[in-house]
Design a protein around this ligand. Sequence first.
Ligand SMILES: NC(=O)c1ccc[n+]([C@@H]2O[C@H](COP(=O)([O-])OP(=O)(O)OC[C@H]3O[C@@H](n4cnc5c(N)ncnc54)[C@H](O)[C@@H]3O)[C@@H](O)[C@H]2O)c1
Length: 352
Amino acid sequence: MLKIGIIGFGRMGRLYAEELVRNPLWDLAYICDTCAETRKAAADIAPAAVFTENEDVLFDDPDVQVVGLFALADSRPAQLNKALKTGKHVLTEKPLAEDVRTEWALAKAVKQSNLMVAVNLFNRNAWYHHAIIDFIRSGEIGELAIVRIAHMTPGHMPQEGHEPEGPAFRDCGMHYVDVARWYAGSDYATFHAQGVRMWSYKDPWWVQVHGTFKNGVVFDITQGFVYGHMAEKQTHNCYVDVIGTKGIARMTHDFKTATVEMHGVNQTIVKTDAFKDKKADIMIDVFARSILAGQNLGYPTVEDSVIASDMAWRMFDDAVKNGAPCIGTPDEMDEIIRRRQTMTQGYGLPLK
Ligand SMILES: NC(=O)c1ccc[n+]([C@@H]2O[C@H](COP(=O)([O-])OP(=O)(O)OC[C@H]3O[C@@H](n4cnc5c(N)ncnc54)[C@H](O)[C@@H]3O)[C@@H](O)[C@H]2O)c1
């Protein structure tokens, strides 16, 4: 068993804790959160773990082999550096830091260490993306030409936390910037972005970007937590749509199930299976097996995460530069936030 201590016991920390307790490869020894009120939830989920408000308790225990960094981006750089200094492997949330310069410095430090650091780019653990990428790479759609991705939900609002993670296109959009690059199998070359300052908030909360990869594949990515927050019955619009010279493949999901439809030259495949939200079960499993094997058996890397974060900031900045117009009012934004405070079912609701 691998002894792990986790820092940050909010929405994500709890998801991981539930899976760590379930998986026989892990021994969840410590849960650290600066908010004492989370102690009760920690005791409910992992009664055998020690709860602490002091992160050094984990770092000072030589038997702790792995730390989980699930607080916010402002505290992550110091925690990651402490982990490297005390010789502990790291499973971390994204982004690694508030700013890209610090992220690249951390990436360098990780590379120079002999420790394993996995970043939760959860899409990289998704069965539906693997199915489509395998289909593309098998030649079924001819030559890949176009990658189109949308992720629009009535999700996380300004002022609901995650301030260190930045605006929606960096906080969440970096996932889709990573997915498009993974599909294309190439690095970004050119792009142009447009945003909207919904509810006249200071930052665009919807951004669309299109452009090219170095290998000539073109892309468009649309991300926005602006999709009908006040609708009587909320919905969303999330898809991947890839087009080759001969065939296509696409995916949609409703956060419960995902459906993949692949129309190739020899095969037509339609498959629906569980969406499995953040895939924390897969992440902790592949990471444990990688540590035990001494090699990366498929966990998402620091480099991929920093490239995604870096590109997401650049694209966001381009949307700002291109004059994202203000639509709506701060009163509408307050009305949405008030509604979300009483909702029990919804998209990306903050912990009460
Ligand atoms: N990969 C994904 O799809 C995904 C999805 C959601 C959130 N996230 C990331 O996960 C991280 C956590 O997000 P969340 O939604 O769980 O946030 P959250 O606000 O629900 O939880 C954060 C927790 O960290 C605690 N905390 C803050 N600073 C701390 C510190 N210095 N030491 C110990 N505890 C501290 C807070 O008290 C809180 O309980 C963020 O970085 C976010 O970007 C990733």
